[in-house]
Design a protein around this ligand. Structure first.
Ligand code: KIV
Length: 275
């Protein structure tokens, strides 16, 4: 049985920290699930860390569904959350419902995430009414980087901070089961966490959120084109992979790989008949 939204909400009530990571493929998702991370986000960040786009904006529904299916196949216990790509929930409520349903029906996810607060609250409400759990995402919402002028701290002025709080309240009211707070001042995240009843999941929002989310490539050091300030590298896979690939290249060139251990033998008599 997979983790439910009620279990996630109960974790806030108990004061138990909630962990969440992104995953985009079967093998990684399996490891994350086995590590008992209850929330796995198939983030549209895959556009940057897997597909090599400059931002999350070009990511399509088809790309998201492709990766969501792989993550679902690799997991048994975690709740898999599909991230709705740019412009798949903005144009109309019908569009939002249709695309959210695709994540559940075709992708096999248990919930969706979308960016925005007050402006998307009506869509969140309608998706939830259809039985699809929604995670909100406010503060620095990467699908709006052109509007923000880059990946910048949000909620810095009193007016901007009040707007982030208003967004959080609108999502809570609309029925979201949790909210990602991205790149906002830590004291603001603490205040919002105290003021709303649903869990806040921070990324670059300080230690006082109910939970934390990270892009898995950032904590593994497997994507180093851009390392955000909020990320901590628990290892540096780029170095490990480069070393292994270089060693493989050198061994093949030197005739040291493969050896007998990696080869298959053949009956001498059979071979003789062929010659
Ligand atoms: O796309 C993503 O990975 C995200 C997380 C950073 C929250 O939205």
């Amino acid at each position: 049985m997979r983790i439910t939204i009620n279990q996630i909400k109960e974790m806030k009530q108990r004061g138990e920290k909630i962990t969440m990571l992104t995953a985009y493929d079967y093998a990684t998702a399996r490891l994350v699930d086995e590590a008992e991370i209850p929330l796995i986000l198939v983030g549209d960040s895959l556009g940057m860390v897997v597909l090599g786009y400059e931002s999350t904006i070009p990511v399509t529904m088809e790309e998201m569904l492709h990766h969501t299916k792989a993550v679902v196949r690799g997991t048994k216990k975690a709740m898999v959350i599909g991230d709705m790509p740019f412009m798949t929930y903005h144009i109309s409520v019908e569009d939002a419902l249709y695309n959210a349903a695709r994540f559940i029906q075709e992708g096999g996810a248990q919930a969706v995430k979308l960016e925005g607060g007050v402006t998307v609250a009506e869509k969140v409400k309608r998706i939830v009414e259809c039985g699809i759990p929604v995670m909100g995402h406010i503060g620095l919402t990467p699908q709006s980087i052109h509007q923000f002028g880059g990946f910048k701290l949000q909620g810095k002025t009193p007016e901007a901070a009040a707007r982030v709080l208003e967004d959080a309240r609108a999502l809570e009211e609309a029925g979201a089961f949790a909210i990602v707070l991205e790149t906002v001042p830590a004291p603001l995240a603490k205040l919002i966490t105290a003021k709303i009843s649903i869990p806040t999941i921070g990324i670059g929002a300080g230690p006082d959120c109910d939970g934390q989310v990270q892009v898995i490539n950032d904590i593994l050091g497997s994507f180093v084109d851009f390392v955000p300030r909020h990320a901590k590298q628990y290892t540096r896979l780029t170095d490990i992979i480069s070393k292994a690939v270089t060693q493989y290249r050198d061994e093949v060139k030197a005739g040291k790989f493969p050896t007998e251990k990696q080869s298959h033998s053949m009956d001498e008599k059979l071979l003789a008949e062929l010659t």
